[in-house]
Design a binder for this molecule. Structure first.
Ligand code: NAD
Length: 250
């Protein structure tokens, strides 16, 4: 079985690669960071491909087709975008965030769908976010794009289900690591708060009072791809320690 994971050289995507490899999959990852790709396990197939670049993604899928096709596509690429009040968000920053965060998911689905439909089986797993099920003050482009990912997933599930292809969205809560460290720092600056106070704002809105780990998301991705989830499609699955109230302070 073969899995493609976009943005798989670090963070959640890398954890997905490890989890799928442990489950016996042939792992293909793309990323825009050549140095991080070079650090991936040598058993993985790594490609320097921007998941939001149509020509590069078309080329990648031609190669995957030649290699025998695909069983699972994890559309995982997304960028945090600006942390700012809506009136301060630059149009260019909006477009960049939505292009990558929603557009890359679209391109992954666009090119994976024919392969999976031809096989009459398979799964697409889209990485959305807690920001795709709640409103997130000061994160307008990111939140809008992640809600868009949910809409894309619901549509794909209806479109591909008759061909035996399942499509689900994963919503990670805030994940410990460099990305959230950056978000916390920027949000602290924007709100005039300390980094720890911003962290507490996020963590206190979850039942478990903590950030989650990348491998928590990866484990759910492997389950969603498995026979155990054979009738799970069109679902929004949060792995977030149960967020009830994401950072309520605008
Ligand atoms: P990250 O910021 O750590 O980046 C992971 C990798 O993505 C990096 O190696 C980077 O080079 C690569 N990348 C960025 N743009 C790319 C592109 N256009 N094409 C290919 N690769 C690209 O990301 P992460 O925290 O692991 O997040 C992965 C996904 O999970 C994203 O969609 C993100 O929005 C979502 N998410 C993350 C969190 C979190 O707290 N980290 C929470 C909810 C959702």
């Amino acid at each position: 079985m073969r899995v493609l994971i976009t943005a798989g050289a670090s963070g959640i995507g890398f954890a997905m690669g490890e989890a799928f490899a442990a489950a016996g999959y042939d792992v293909w990852v793309t990323d825009v960071d050549a140095a991080a790709l070079a650090e991936c396990p040598t058993t993985w197939t790594t490609r320097l491909v921007d998941a939001a670049n149509e020509a590069q993604m078309r080329g990648l899928f031609e190669e995957i087709t030649s290699a025998g096709g695909l069983d699972v596509a994890c559309a995982n690429a997304g960028i945090a975008g600006p942390t700012a009040r809506v009136e301060d968000v630059a149009w260019e920053d909006w477009k960049t965030c939505v292009d990558i965060t929603l557009g890359a998911a679209f391109l992954t689905a666009k090119f994976a769908a024919p392969l999976l439909k031809a096989a009459g089986a398979g799964a697409i797993i889209l990485t959305s976010s807690t920001a795709g099920v709640f409103g997130y003050p000061n994160r307008a482009p990111y939140s809008a794009a992640k809600w868009g990912v949910i809409g894309l997933m619901k549509t794909l599930a209806m479109e591909l289900g008759p061909a035996g292809v399942r499509v689900n969205a994963l919503c990670p809560g805030a994940v410990s690591g460099p990305r959230m460290d950056g978000v916390l720092q920027r949000e602290a600056a924007a709100k005039g708060m300390t980094r720890d106070a911003v962290y507490d704002g996020y963590a206190s809105g979850t039942s478990m009072r903590t950030f989650v780990r990348a491998q928590d998301i990866a484990n759910m991705a492997v389950f969603l791809a498995s026979e155990g989830a054979a009738r799970v499609s069109g679902q929004v699955i949060s792995v977030d320690g149960h967020t009830e109230n994401p950072d309520p302070k605008p």
